[in-house]
Ligand binder design. Structure first.
Ligand code: NDP
Length: 327
């Protein structure tokens, strides 16, 4: 038996309850895992609230991410006792996820837990932190270097934003954080932000296709009007790594920043990232993300608290990273 936060749907309304389930309720897969930690991402908030049409069949166990110990494996790369991480692959959406003491998954979705990283810290990173690393890697591959100028991080007090801020600061960039929460300025500065600006000033549309060149790079987890406002402010040949939609999906812009300044819009996806890229990103995270800064982002929670936290993250009220303790 194992404990799980089980989601049920009735008349279009999704409810959740902690239940004890037998192992044979787990979906098929070649690796059985004792989950020690999971986390809460924006997408988990959508699933917990039955939004976004992400879950097709109920009952369902959410949790996009998990970290734990292999109990049984028919996969050549893993054996009982191995510690592993899973993020993405639509786990927690179409496949049962990490909001349970046990998970059965495909071995090909797993990444070995990097040496020296605990399952708690791995989940403090989770999809949000992994995506932040992918964004930084995309900017670097585009040619960004610390001496090019200020790098903007939007949605900065959230999960992606917090981790991106800490990584970029560690790498020597001057990081400017855009946040709607003035009361989080000290927190963002403690992560390494050189400056914190009000997100209202970023998202205010000037109507001009080009503005003064301001940002050497940007990590944008907000999308919508924020992303539209950033593009005309990018320096010549600079890039925005766009990974999120916390502020909206619709992008109203002109082609002018692309064709006059050679600005690049780099789309970043973590869900279907190939295994090799995952391993590189996790190795970079253990090297380039200061662990004391990561620890300062953690809010520890139990399964019981997830429904309330799932609402809070959609309201932009969760700071940093939630780590779920499953024992
Ligand atoms: P969080 O909720 O932790 O962070 C989002 C932040 O965006 C908030 O903390 C807030 O920051 C800001 N924000 C929220 N609502 C608005 C709004 N209406 N307008 C402007 N800013 C807003 O979420 P995550 O960090 O987990 O995820 C961020 C985004 O990235 C989500 O859209 C998520 O779906 C996406 N994502 C995409 C991935 C991919 O693979 N492409 C992977 C992971 C996440 P502040 O208060 O500082 O302004």
């Amino acid at each position: 038996m194992f404990k799980a936060l089980l989601l049920q749907e009735k008349d279009g309304k999704v409810t959740s309850a902690i239940e004890d389930l037998p192992d044979d309720r787990l979906p098929p897969g070649d690796v059985l895992i004792r989950v020690h930690n999971s986390t809460l991402n924006y997408k988990d908030g959508l699933v917990l609230n039955g939004l976004g049409k992400l879950v097709k069949t109920y009952p369902h166990v959410g949790g996009v991410d998990l970290a734990g110990t292999v109990l049984e494996s028919q996969h050549a790369d893993y054996k009982a006792g191995d510690q592993v991480i899973l993020t993405g692959w639509r786990v927690g959406e179409v496949h049962w996820g990490g909001y349970a003491e046990k998970a059965r998954v495909k071995g090909e979705w797993l990444v070995p837990l990097p040496h020296g990283l605990s399952t708690e810290r791995a989940m403090a990173i989770g999809t949000a932190g992994f995506t932040a690393m992918l964004c930084v890697m995309a900017l670097e591959e585009h040619g960004l270097r610390p001496d090019h100028g200020d790098v903007l991080v939007t949605g900065a007090a959230g999960g992606v934003g917090s981790v991106a801020t800490a990584i970029l600061a560690r790498l020597g960039y001057r990081v400017v954080c855009s946040s709607g929460r003035a009361d989080q300025a000290d927190y963002l500065k403690s992560l390494g932000a050189a400056e914190v600006i009000d997100r209202a000033t970023i998202a205010a549309p000037s109507g001009k296709p080009l503005e003064s060149e301001r940002w050497a790079g940007a990590v944008d987890s907000v999308g919508g009007a924020t992303l539209a406002a950033i593009l005309p402010q990018m320096k010549y040949k600079a890039a925005v790594a766009a990974c999120g939609l916390a502020g909206g999906t619709k992008l109203e812009t002109t082609v002018i920043p692309f064709i006059i300044r050679g600005v690049a819009l780099l789309g970043v996806d973590s869900v279907m990232a190939p295994l090799m890229r995952r391993k590189v990103a996790w190795a970079r995270l253990t090297k380039d993300l200061p662990m004391d800064k990561l620890d300062a982002m953690i809010h520890r929670a139990k399964l019981e608290e997830l429904p309330a936290l799932g609402k809070a993250i959609l309201d932009g009220k969760v700071r940093g990273r939630v780590v779920v303790d499953l024992g």
